[in-house]
Design a protein around this ligand. Structure first.
Ligand code: PMP
Length: 412
């Protein structure tokens, strides 16, 4: 109904109804973190007020309620990502922990022989956020494996034939993003993952920038591990998911050793619990999981296709408006499947531009966006990034473009 129209949705997000420096907030930093709708906040508060207790350990009523809430959230996320019987959902603190869990889990010798051996190869795309690069650097160092790079072309695009040339008998892992957070480029990850899987590699998808949008069902992807964060999909901070094939997750050494992830323990040895508990040591973020499940409900209620159509239209509008300004270059201008517009302006430092925009109530991100190798490879420095969500409007895009133009004049 009307309540779901993008123009009226903003009213469901309490965090958006405020003024910044006397101006109505135009929140255009959604690739960093989105705001949460009222129903997500309510679900978390209801859990804390009615069911707060530690899970899995107690026989008392609140502990049973908390356990049920946590496992219902897991089942909700399973459906949300389009998992099938081969898959398992592991809760983490976010994409960073999910990716560390995979890279560490394939290279750690703490509880058994790691999968990665000296001379093995790990292929990583250069579009990656540092969270999908630095853990692989550490894993390679730990195991004497080699890191190989799938580099983009000058427009920042990845190509399957480049990947085909990098894959070989020693390729053990291929890791790629579903959307580059620094440029908004949406690589052909379905084809890239399939190619890597054919070559016998374990495949890793960083879906942090994709989960609020249209993503193929996990069951239809050649994907062993998929990582994402709650706070980029209208959910809370401090909760995320590592979704994957059970056979692949079973190869991971746990990152967190301790309570709840063991089967039996003696003074000198431990045997480990089954998935997913095996990878979820310690007390989990139950309210976070509940909030994330509510965020999945919100996205499905609005519809991913509807969200995508809206944010793509906002991006096109912003790309057209910003590219028309003198000395402005938009990165990945042709990437249609994206909610992110990242740009540079000759002679202007993004930090100064971001500060002037903030004075007008407009929130954007500036800097390297945790993707320095990508910007180096493209030969650009820090950028200014606006990123859109379902609650943003075309009027806000106009405010952005109208504010950038005089700011550039003032700074030049
Ligand atoms: N990967 C990508 C593509 C991202 O955009 C981000 C967040 N900027 C991350 C990983 C890291 O996510 P988190 O900080 O939630 O762990």
């Amino acid at each position: 109904g009307d309540m779901l129209h993008p123009g009226t949705l903003a009213g469901r997000f309490p965090g958006l109804a405020q003024r910044v420096h006397g101006e109505p907030l135009a929140y255009l930093d959604n690739a960093a973190s989105t705001h949460m709708p009222r129903e997500v906040l309510d679900a978390m508060q209801a859990f804390e007020e009615r069911s707060r207790a530690n899970i899995h350990r107690g026989v008392h009523t609140l502990s049973e309620r908390a356990t049920a809430a946590y496992e219902q959230a897991r089942a909700r996320l399973e459906a949300f990502v389009g998992a099938d019987a081969r898959h398992e959902i592991v809760f983490t603190s976010g994409t960073t922990e999910s990716l560390n869990l995979v890279a560490h889990g394939l290279s750690d010798a703490g509880i058994g022989a790691p999968l990665l051996r000296p001379g093995d190869e790990i292929v990583v795309s250069v579009l990656e956020h540092h969270a999908n690069l630095v853990p692989w650097q550490a894993a390679a160092r730990r195991c004497g494996a080699r890191l190989l790079f799938l580099r983009p072309d000058r427009e920042g695009r990845l190509h399957a034939d480049d990947l085909a040339r990098l894959l070989g008998p020693r390729t053990r892992v291929f890791a790629v993003t579903a959307c580059a957070n620094a440029t908004g480029e949406r690589p052909p990850y379905e084809a890239l993952l399939a190619l890597a899987e054919e070559a016998g590699a374990l495949t890793v998808l960083d879906a942090a920038q994709a989960m609020a949008h249209e993503v193929p069902a996990l069951a239809h992807l050649a994907c062993d591990f998929m990582a994402f964060s709650g706070h980029k999909m209208y959910g809370p901070m401090g909760i995320g998911v590592l979704a994957g094939r059970r056979t692949a997750l079973e190869r991971l050494a746990p990152l967190r050793l301790g309570g709840d992830m063991v089967e039996s323990v003696t003074e000198t040895q431990a045997s480990f619990a089954e998935l997913p508990a095996r990878l979820e040591g310690g007390t989990p973020n139950v309210a976070g999981a509940v909030g994330l499940a509510a965020a999945a409900d919100f996205i499905d209620e609005v519809g991913r296709a509807r969200i995508d159509a809206h944010v793509r239209a906002l991006r096109s509008h912003a790309v057209a408006g910003l590219s028309a300004l003198p000395g402005v270059s938009v990165l990945s201008p042709a990437s249609v499947d994206s909610a992110i517009v990242s740009f540079t302006a000759d002679g202007v430092h993004p930090h100064d531009l971001g500060t002037l925009l903030d004075a007008r109530g407009i929130a954007v991100r500036t800097g390297h966006h945790c993707a320095q190798p990508l910007l180096d490879c493209l030969g650009v420095g820090p950028t200014t990034r606006a990123s859109f969500a379902i609650y943003n409007s075309h009027e806000e895009v106009e405010r952005l473009v109208d504010a950038v133009a005089p700011a550039l004049e003032m700074l030049r």
